[in-house]
Ligand binder design. Structure first.
Ligand code: HEM
Length: 157
C-alpha cells in the first residue's frame, strides 16, 4: 500500500525488498557519517581538503582563482552531508545533489568528469588525517558512498 511505503521511506525500516547489498550500503553510510562527524569536529579539516585538492592539478586550482574559500568550505561541509545521504534516496539529498549536478555541468561550471576522482581521493586523504579512528575499512566505505553521488553528477555533465 502506498501509505506504508511512504512511512518506510521516512523511517528507513528494513523490509523484504532490502537485500544484503542494501543493508551493507547502510553499514557503509553509518560508518561514513560517524567518520565525517569525527573529522569535521577537528579544526583544519576542510581547509586541508582544499589544500590537497587544489594542489592535485593546476587546472583545478585555476577553477578556484576567484573563489572565496572560506565560504566554499561551508558549502562543502553541507554538501558532503548531502552526498552521504544521497544513496539512501533521501529527498533533500536528492534535490541538493541534483542542483550540484546542474551547476557543475558543461554549460555551467564545466567540471570535467576526470576531476571527480581527485575530489574523492583528496577528501578521503583529509578524512584519514583528521578522523582518529580511520582505518582501511572506513576508507572503503567512503569510496563506495561518495562514488554513488559522483556517478550521478558526472552523468549530467
Ligand atoms: C561530489 C563532488 C562535489 C560536490 C559535492 C561539490 C559541491 C559544490 C557546491 C555545493 C558548490 C556551490 C554551489 C554550486 O555551485 O552548486 C560548488 C561550487 C564549485 N565547485 Fe564543486 N562540488 C563537487 C565537485 C567539484 C569538482 C570535482 C570541482 C573541480 C574543480 C568543483 C569545482 C567547483 C567550483 C569551481 C565551484 C564554484 C566556486 C565559486 O563559487 O567560485 N567541484 N561545488
Amino acid at each position: 500500500m502506498q501509505l506504508s511505503l511512504q512511512v518506510n521511506d521516512i523511517l528507513r525500516l528494513p523490509n523484504a525488498r532490502e537485500t544484503g547489498g542494501e543493508s551493507r550500503m547502510k553499514d557503509d553510510i553509518s560508518r561514513v557519517r560517524l567518520s565525517y562527524g569525527r573529522a569535521i569536529a577537528k579544526s583544519g579539516f576542510l581547509s586541508r581538503f582544499y589544500d590537497i585538492f587544489l594542489a592535485s592539478d593546476r587546472a583545478i586550482a585555476r577553477k578556484f582563482v576567484n573563489t572565496d574559500l572560506e565560504k566554499q568550505q561551508e558549502l562543502l561541509a553541507m554538501s558532503v552531508n548531502m552526498v552521504i545521504l544521497f544513496p539512501q534516496e533521501n529527498k533533500i539529498a536528492k534535490n541538493a545533489v541534483g542542483r550540484i549536478r546542474k551547476s557543475h555541468c558543461r554549460e555551467g561550471l564545466n567540471i570535467e568528469p576526470r576531476f571527480y576522482g581527485l575530489w574523492k581521493s583528496s577528501l578521503i586523504e583529509a578524512v584519514s588525517e583528521h578522523d582518529m579512528e580511520y582505518n582501511p575499512q572506513i576508507g572503503d566505505s567512503w569510496e563506495k558512498v561518495l562514488q554513488i553521488a559522483i556517478d550521478h553528477i558526472v552523468e549530467g555533465y
